[in-house]
Design a protein around this ligand. Structure first.
Ligand SMILES: Nc1ncnc2c1ncn2[C@@H]1O[C@H](COP(=O)(O)OP(=O)(O)OP(=O)(O)O)[C@@H](O)[C@H]1O
Ligand SMILES: [Mg+2]
Length: 263
């Protein structure tokens, strides 16, 4: 469904953020992208929907190379890719409902959305999504009245109302407490399963990634140094990705949390 071929990005500053990345993501697969700060995780996600322009290689979404598309076709292709951000990127003074509906921008056109005249079918879809994430009762609240976890649920609804095939998720839990982080990761992975959506989730917390996804890709200095099962992330592999560290503690944490989850 998504195929990266020799995807490369060198910023104008000369920073080579990605070096010839090859990656295949089948339909419906959720994977976690891990790696130290500066490894190129955000760059990779942003090159896929061309928020950042790649400097080499190809991004194929259902066989169409996005790197060659002009503005009109790029806009259409972007509808297929929902994005979820660490800082939620909500419009603070708008309501929860309006924020969710803004996900339809790529469909309804500028003036209609500016006048906030969304079709009833979009409003119905927004209510259904808010119900699914447990925020139906908050539809009329302003975004700035919500907690972090609630904001991220709105961010998730806004991405999903686009009816994407692929979710691009950049550090969805980095601003949240551990319990809320787990709830949000669970929600994202469940929704992907329900809707047959593929996702790439950038995440710093290795233990959290291991709990929820079937595939982990490790990035270091712009190159893939691990691609496999979460259980294959041995201390040696983690050292290869992150450098020297005491990984036994992380692995024990996963085991503890698995026991806790089973109880
Ligand atoms: N706009 C930019 N201009 C120049 N260099 C950049 C820009 N954005 C990122 N870089 C560089 O590209 C490399 C990869 O950065 P990127 O933000 O993709 O890493 P990351 O893995 O997402 O890190 P983090 O975990 O801290 O979010 C880094 O060396 C960074 O300094
Ligand atoms: Mg980043």
């Amino acid at each position: 469904m998504l195929r990266l071929q020799k995807l490369s990005k060198t910023y104008k500053t000369g920073d080579q953020a990605l070096t010839a990345i090859d990656l295949d993501v089948p339909k419906g697969q959720v994977l976690a992208l891990i790696g130290p700060s500066g490894a190129g995780k955000s760059t990779m996600i942003r090159c896929i929907n061309r928020l950042v322009e790649p400097t080499g290689g190809a991004v194929l979404l259902d066989e169409v190379d996005l790197t060659g598309l002009g503005p009109g076709r790029l806009r259409k292709a972007r509808r297929e890719m929902g994005m979820i951000f660490q800082e939620y990127a909500l419009v603070e003074r708008l309501t929860v409902m309006e924020n969710v509906l803004s996900g339809r921008l790529g469909y309804v056109g500028f003036w209609r959305s500016f006048l906030r005249r969304y079709p009833q079918s979009d409003v119905d879809a927004a209510f259904r999504l808010l119900d699914r994430v447990g925020l139906l009762h908050m539809a009329d609240k302003r975004a700035d009245e919500l907690s972090g976890g609630q904001r991220q649920r709105v961010g998730i609804c806004r991405a999903l109302i686009q009816q994407p095939k692929l979710l691009l998720v950049d550090e969805p839990t980095a601003s949240l407490d551990p319990k809320t982080s787990r709830q949000i990761m669970r929600l994202i992975t469940e929704l992907c399963q329900e809707r047959g959506l593929a996702a790439i989730i950038n995440i710093h917390d290795v233990a959290l990634a291991q709990m929820f996804v079937p595939r982990v890709v490790g990035l270091r200095l712009g190159e893939i140094v691990y691609d496999g099962l979460p259980t294959g992330l041995t201390p040696d592999k983690l050292t290869e990705i992150y450098g020297e560290e005491d990984w036994e503690a992380t692995i024990e944490k996963v085991e503890d949390e698995e026991i806790e989850a089973a109880e």
